[in-house]
Design a binder for this molecule. Structure first.
Ligand code: ZN
Ligand code: FE
Length: 258
């Protein structure tokens, strides 16, 4: 069992999920098929499955090319994406099982960035693939859902065990942490993570994965209850009035403009 990040485009990640016993692998999101096929070959595994988190081009733009190379490829994606995932063979709902060789995972419906965005959770790998919903120290933009929906989606991910690794769709970490520090400058764990992330990027390394437990310690979108965040927000925007959804919406709005 292994998870391998395959960089795509400028800051996207595809992830290979390898099942050692069957030598099968799946890929979570694919924008550039050639890079994914090359990595599967390098690992000596057969790509049999695509797990699409949502319909955006930078996550599914490689599906058609993968299908051309592997005609019997299985492509999972949410029904609630309403046919926008190219090449989809297995339309899934929240809670449905997904398989990669002998590995079993499940789809978690986490709408708001898109109407049918899903995460893929593999308990035996202690890993969740969160697409553009939960980033390290950030969350996705609200394109097809409101703040209340995104809060609910994030809380489903936050309810996973703390030691669950988080593999997200983009390398946005340093910028996210920088923004988080504007709201919670007194959070020492956040400041330390920022220093660490900058160092990793200087060394040309990625910052994935994170963990659910760590995200709860520094991700402002999971910390709407933080007294420091609340105090700072109330100063900028008194109308948020200690209301969780309003606080979340305000943080999202500030981040959109950051
Ligand atoms: Zn997206
Ligand atoms: Fe994206």
């Amino acid at each position: 069992m292994a998870i391998i990040a395959v960089p795509q485009l400028t800051d996207n990640f595809a992830y290979l999920i390898i099942d050692d016993s069957s030598k099968e692998c799946g890929v979570v999101d694919c924008a550039e098929a050639a890079k994914v096929l090359d990595e599967a070959k390098r690992q000596g595994v057969n790509l049999t499955t695509v797990l699409s988190t949502h319909w955006h081009f930078d996550h599914v733009g490689g599906n058609k090319d993968l299908l051309a190379a592997i005609p019997n490829l299985r492509i999972y994606g949410a029904k609630a994406e309403h046919g926008r995932i190219p090449g989809i063979t297995d339309a899934i709902d929240d809670g449905d099982e997904v398989r990669v060789g002998g590995l079993r995972g499940r789809a978690i419906g986490i709408p708001a960035h898109t109407s049918g965005h899903v995460a893929y959770y593999f308990p035996t790998l202690k890993s969740v693939f969160s697409g553009d919903t939960l980033f390290i120290a950030g969350c996705g933009r609200l394109f097809e859902g409101g703040a209340a929906t995104m809060l609910q989606s994030l809380s489903k991910l936050a309810a996973l065990p703390d030691d669950t690794k988080v593999y997200c769709g983009h390398e946005y970490t340093v910028k996210n942490l920088e923004f988080a520090l504007t709201l919670e400058p007194g959070n020492k764990i956040l400041a330390a993570k920022h220093q660490w992330a900058k160092q990793m990027r200087r060394e040309g390394k990625w910052t994935v994965p994170s963990t659910i437990g760590d995200e709860k310690r520094f991700n402002p979108f999971l910390r709407t209850e933080s007294p420091e965040i609340r105090a700072n927000l109330t100063r900028i925007a008194p109308e948020v009035d200690n209301d969780n959804v309003k606080i979340f919406a305000k943080i999202r709005e500030l981040k959109d403009r950051y």
